[in-house]
Write a protein that binds this ligand. Structure first.
Ligand code: AKG
Length: 320
């Protein structure tokens, strides 16, 4: 698999399919055909730890969502905590997270009962030095089993010039790796945790056009570099987990059931927002972020605990 290979939606027989427009699929009474991954895609994901690019939404749709984001930024600012778990107070982010075009593929990787655990808006302004250090998403998610997959959805062009996500193919097979800490105000990864990556490692870019998305495994090493383009680089990182996963923090977290049934009850289930910035939805968001902060305060020392260095090491998931 390379970043060049376009992975178009196909049905279970491998035929190419029309892109799914979630606005349409919500309102239409016509049954929607699922957009499954091909067996080869699933095999590639198992081997390489990522899939990219995957077609999901039209560029027109992505532009419309970007417009809504930028409208919210103009009116409300959207800094820090407001850039996380945005599906709890923005209906269009909730819609993306619940879209069949993404969930059909995620289901092929983690099964039919799916929660959104977290969402981050990854935004780099044009010609700025913002970057993301090499890391594994598993490091502070505290999930057992570590079956989490991230969908990164592009709302603007994400490519080598604008600082798209880059990965080390196959690195997820190493399990949880040691991270050290190097605080840098330009690092969008706020804890500054990083893995020292050997300069000879093979690195693959995941360029995406607006409306496309990538999938990466929670143990996959990834990072991104500065945005040297004239446009903003905007993406939503959506963390999906199967309902069987639980968080090892004592703080009880909430999560959003986006497909199937929750037979485990490891999380309180979040409601849908009724309208963007609706006061009830903002209260739900504030509560969820409070709990998220409390859980992370527990999880960060746990990640540091083992062998005295900042974070665990070894070939196994240390949260297991
Ligand atoms: O958007 C980026 O540059 C980094 C994204 C990332 O680290 C993630 O989605 O896990």
């Amino acid at each position: 698999m390379t970043g060049d290979a376009r992975t178009m939606p196909t049905d279970s027989t491998g035929r190419s399919m029309r892109l799914t427009d979630p606005m349409q699929s919500r309102s239409s009474s016509i049954a929607r055909a699922p957009v499954h991954l091909r067996a080869q895609d699933i095999e590639d994901y198992r081997k390489q730890g990522y899939l990219s690019p995957l077609a999901a939404f039209s560029s027109h749709q992505a532009r419309a969502w970007r417009g809504r984001l930028e409208q919210s930024e103009r009116v409300h600012g959207l800094r820090d905590a407001q850039r996380r778990k945005m599906h709890l107070y923005l209906t269009w982010v909730d819609e993306i997270a619940r879209s069949a075009a993404i969930l059909d593929r995620v289901e092929n990787l983690i099964g039919p009962d799916i929660l959104v655990y977290h969402i981050t808006l990854w935004l780099k302004e044009p010609h700025t030095d913002a970057f993301v250090s090499w890391h594994q998403d598993s490091t502070y998610f505290g999930l057992t089993p570590a079956d989490h997959v991230t969908a990164w959805v592009a709302l603007s062009p994400s490519n080598d010039r604008s600082g798209c996500v880059q990965v080390i193919p196959g690195s997820h097979h190493q399990g949880q790796l040691a991270h050290d800490v190097a605080l840098n105000p330009a690092n969008l990864f706020p804890t500054g945790h990083q893995v020292q990556v050997d300069g000879t490692a093979t690195v693959a870019s995941m360029p995406l056009a607006p409306g496309e998305f990538s999938l990466h495994h929670t143990y996959l090493l990834h990072h991104s570099m500065a945005n040297q383009s004239d446009d903003r680089r905007i993406g939503l990182g959506i963390s999906y987990i199967p309902t069987r996963c639980r968080c090892i923090a004592s703080t009880r977290l909430s999560a959003s059931l986006v497909r199937g049934t929750d037979r485990f009850g490891h999380f309180d289930l979040d409601p849908h927002p009724r309208a963007d910035h609706d006061p009830a939805a903002l209260a739900v968001h504030a509560r969820a972020m409070q709990r998220w902060g409390d859980a992370r305060a527990e999880l960060i020392p746990m990640a540091h605990r083992q062998d005295g260095s900042p974070t665990a090491t070894g070939g196994q998931a240390h949260y297991e």
